[in-house]
Write a protein that binds this ligand. Structure first.
Ligand SMILES: [Zn+2]
Length: 314
């Protein structure tokens, strides 16, 4: 008989996170590994399946899980378990992830967009508990976004609602992974912050370039490094425009900032929220609530599990 838990998997641009999650939202065990380097879809399916099976095997006496709930970094049609494209996961396109993993694992598999999972996780157990409506920005290697209304994701007709990362903030801005210019992702993602710092600081040596991370840029900004401060200010400004656009368009009760880059905390979020407040519909500027997400890396895992328990009825 299968147990009362699910295996939740969060496939991001850099890491794969796995968790055993119970119906009450308790994370029993966690594991993090690097994203496999996959040059083709079937290589990716096999690598993910191997990691999931190894994780399950390491769980000792636990009964088999009810299934595998997976959040993936790319626009996803969750009803079909299908990922349109994965600009940050090997640039792969056209992934029948749900069906392929189900065949390899012999368990039910649910696939959803990773940012949507993170937002649902925060709604279920984190900073968004009790909100009637919330929009969450997920800032990491890329920029994701999700709209939760009444405890459900609004996915849009074809599954890509909330993709704030690929809305254009600066039409003449830097090129984005999606092929367009000036998307929020090209201006405020971890990748963009690192790229911008390297360019402005004129760093040429590949070794020194590799040492620059978004975390390092935020730390340098806090220590007063002028270039880092300018890079962070520009990213915050772009994020502020994104926040204001979301507020004016959707008017959610709460806007959350999550993902690895949100660890920068007030250094990024405070100036972004201040800039957004200048741009929203003036009579409502005091209704704009921007908060840092609370669950960190667990958000995506918990949201995937929430979908399995509360929506798929596992
Ligand atoms: Zn884009």
């Amino acid at each position: 008989m299968n147990g009362s838990h699910v295996v939740a998997v969060d496939v991001g641009g850099t890491n794969v996170r796995l968790g055993m999650i119970r119906e009450d939202g308790e994370v029993i065990r966690r594991r993090r590994t690097k994203i496999p380097e996959a040059t083709g879809a079937s290589m990716l399916y096999q690598a993910l399946s191997d990691r999931i099976l190894a994780f399950m095997a390491s769980n000792g006496n636990l009964p088999a899980p009810k299934g595998v709930a997976l959040g993936f970094a790319g626009p996803t049609d969750s009803s079909a378990g299908y990922v349109y494209c994965a600009p940050n996961v090997g640039g792969l396109v056209d992934l029948s992830l749900g069906r392929s993993l189900q065949r390899l694992l012999g368990l039910p598999v649910l696939v959803a967009n990773d940012a949507n999972c993170a937002a649902l996780g925060e709604f279920w157990c984190g900073a968004g508990m009790g909100a009637r409506s919330l929009f969450m920005f997920t800032l990491g290697t890329g920029v994701g976004g999700s709209l939760v209304i009444g405890g459900d994701i609004w996915e849009g007709e074809w599954g890509i609602a909330g993709e704030i990362g690929h809305t254009v903030i600066d039409a003449g801005g830097p090129k984005c992974n999606c092929g367009k210019r000036g998307c929020l992702e090209a201006l405020a993602s971890g990748t963009a912050i690192v790229r911008d710092y390297i360019r402005r600081a004129g760093i040429r040596s590949p070794g020194k370039r590799k040492a620059i991370t978004a975390k390092a840029v935020f730390e340098r900004a806090k220590q007063g490094d002028g270039i880092a401060k300018k890079v962070v200010a520009d990213a915050a400004r772009a994020l502020g425009i994104g926040i204001a656009n979301v507020f004016n368009l959707i008017n959610p009760e709460l806007i959350l900032i999550g993902g690895g880059i949100s660890r920068a905390g007030a250094t990024l979020i405070k100036p972004a929220a201040a800039h957004a407040r200048e741009l929203v519909f003036p009579p409502l500027k005091h209704n704009l609530k921007v908060r840092k997400a609370r669950l960190g890396d667990d958000a995506g895992l918990l949201g995937a599990a929430y979908l399995a328990f509360r929506r798929a009825g596992w």
